[in-house]
Design a protein around this ligand. Structure first.
Ligand code: ADE
Length: 241
């Protein structure tokens, strides 16, 4: 079984249209999981809602209940690089939680250890790397005409980052993290769960808003179209896994 997650229902529209033999099951009051077939493979997909808490929970259910052997995340992200266009695809070569910050703290048993932005205590996980095979498959996948695909760092947090904030966070957040390509609100939570269970993971995001312009307005205008651009990549990776 292959798991495919997104945050918002609009980001699973193409899956709803292409997955056959669909069966739905609710977990709790707000998590709908749909099983079925895509490109000849058994899949389960779900839109978790926005944010890392629900995303982490849905990822855990996919692993524990649906026994997924690999997990893909599909959806949109905010661009952080001037050369990006709306609809371009970014593969998360790695992902990091940019709001997770223990830099001000040192544990009594390791007084000289300095935690870095995004670094998880004890385990010392910081950048969650994509599964190399899934990443390679995504890089070779057919993509919509005129759409650029790059792979890079994706930063996750709990803020919808407006254009002004994207710029204000340059020195304090993006620079310490090595200038990520895109920002969104779920991937690091899902990647962290996948690493804890040793489940291969890949995030595929389409850019819905840019480093210039009005992030809020662009998100609302372009979200659905950008989200659709991810589908051929997801389908190819699922087919080849
Ligand atoms: N997802 C898409 N655009 C985003 C942004 N600007 N900030 C956070 N998450 C996003």
């Amino acid at each position: 079984m292959i798991g495919i997650m997104a945050a918002m229902p609009v980001e699973v529209e193409k899956l709803k249209a292409h997955v056959t033999d669909q069966e739905e099951r609710m977990h709790g009051s707000c998590f709908k999981f749909t099983t079925g077939k895509l490109a000849g493979k058994s899949v389960v997909f779900a839109a978790a809602n926005v944010g890392m808490v629900f995303a982490g929970s849905v990822a855990t259910t996919m692993i524990e209940v649906y026994k997924v052997q690999s997990l893909l995340f599909t959806g949109v992200a905010g661009g952080l690089k001037p050369e990006q266009s709306v609809g371009d695809l970014v593969l998360g070569a790695d992902v990091v939680n940019y709001e997770f910050d223990c830099r001000a703290f040192s544990f009594p048993f390791e007084p000289d250890y300095k935690y870095q932005l995004g670094e998880l205590p004890f385990l010392k996980w910081r950048f969650f790397e994509a599964d190399p095979r899934m990443l390679a498959l995504a890089l070779e996948a057919p993509r919509p005409d005129g759409v650029k695909l790059t792979s890079g760092r994706i930063a996750s947090g709990s803020i919808f980052v407006t254009t002004d904030k994207k710029k204000a966070m340059l020195a304090s957040v993006w620079e310490p993290l090595g200038f990520p390509d895109a920002v969104e609100m779920e991937n690091a939570g899902v990647a962290q769960i996948c690493k804890a269970y040793d489940i291969p993971y890949l995030s595929v995001r389409a850019i819905s808003d840019l480093i210039e312009g009005d992030a809020n307005e662009d998100f609302n205008t372009f979200c659905a179209k950008a989200a659709d651009n991810v589908f051929p990549i997801i389908e190819h990776v699922v087919k080849c896994l």
